[in-house]
Design a protein. Sequence first.
Length: 390
Amino acid sequence: MTIMQWLTGPNGQLFSSTSVIVILILMLFMSIKLYVSYRSKQTYKLLITAIALIMARQSVLIALAFPGWRLSPWIYLVSSLLQIVSFIIINFVFMKLYTYRTAQLRSMPFLLMSGFAFALAAAQYGIAPFGAGDGRGGDLVTFPLLDIYMIVVTLIILLATRIADMNTKYYAGLIIYFVCELARMADAYVFHGAQPWFPLLGLLLPILYFSLMFMLLFEWVIDRLMSTYQSSIVDGLTGLYNRRHFSAKAEALLNGSKSMAIIFCDIDNFKRLNDTQGHLKADIVLKRVAEIIKEEASGIGSAGRYGGEELLACINTERVKPDVVAESIRKRVEEETIVTVSVGFSTTKESRTVQEMVKQADEAMYYSKTNGKNRISSFKGMPASAKNLG
C-alpha cells in the first residue's frame, strides 16, 4: 500500500478527523475558560456549541469511512447538516468576536442560512432520497443540494466579511474551506474517486482550516488577556504607567542600577486651561506632555502618571545627567505645546528609597512652581528653608 492509498483510504479519514478533533479539544478548552471568565456568555456558549457539533461530525466521518459498516443513510444526512450548521455558527462567533467593538452583527442572516439548510435537506429527500449509493459503506451517499449550498454559504460569508475588519487568517481559512469543498464535490460528482488528489485535499485541508481557527481563537484570547493586563497597569488617558505600576518599575530600576533619579513634572496653569478651553483640549495637551516625558525616558527608564496633571519619570543616571533630561522635557513641552511645566528631580544621592525620592522630587517641583514656573529644580540644590525637613 502506497502512502497515497493509505491517506485516501479509511486510515486517511481516521488521521484527518482525529487531528481535527485534537485541535477542537484545545479550542473547546479555551472556549469553556472564556465562558467561565467573561460576561459575553451567549457568544462563548455558541462557540462551545459549534465546536461540539464539529466534533460530532468528525466522529460520524470516522464511522462512515470504514467499509462494511452498515449505517443508515440518515447518518449521511445528519453529517451534511452538522457540517453546514456548525460552519455557520462558528463563523458567526468569530465575526462577533472580531467586530464587537466596531459593528452590530445581526444573527438573523445566520439563522436564515441555518434554517434553509434544513429546508434543503427535506427537499433533497423529496427529490431523490439520499442521493447515490445504498448507504451501506460500499458506495458514497451524496446530497447534491446540500453540497452546492455549502459552497454558496462559504461564498456568502466570504463576501459578507469584506465589510468587517477581520484577521487575514480568517479569510485564508475561508478560502481553504472553499477549496476543500470544491475538491470534495469534484471527487464525488465528477471523478468518482479516479483522481486521488481530490480526496487527499478533502482530508488534509480541514486540518489546515481548523488549525487557522485555533490560531485565531488563541490570538484573540492572548489579545484579551493583554488588554486586561494593560488596563491594570496603564493610565487610560495618557498611556503612562499608573502610580502603582510606576512605583514597581522604579523599584526594579533602583535595584538594578547604581544610581537613578525621579523627575516630577506638573503642568502650569492646567486648571485655567480646563476652564477656558474645555476638558477635551486640556486632555489633548495632557496626552502630548505625557508623550514627551515617555519619549525622553525611553531607553533609560519609565514614565508614569502620579495623578491629575502630575507626571513623573524614573531614569537610570549612570550615563545621563538628570538635569539634562529634566531640561529637555521642560524645553520640549514649552516648544511643542501651548503649556509649560514646572519640574523637580531627586537622585539616589539624596535617598535610597523610591517613596522618599518621589517625595523629594515633588518638593523640588513645588519649589519650581512657586518660583516662577517653567523651570527645573533639584532637591539637592534647594535652600534648606524650602525643604520639608519633617
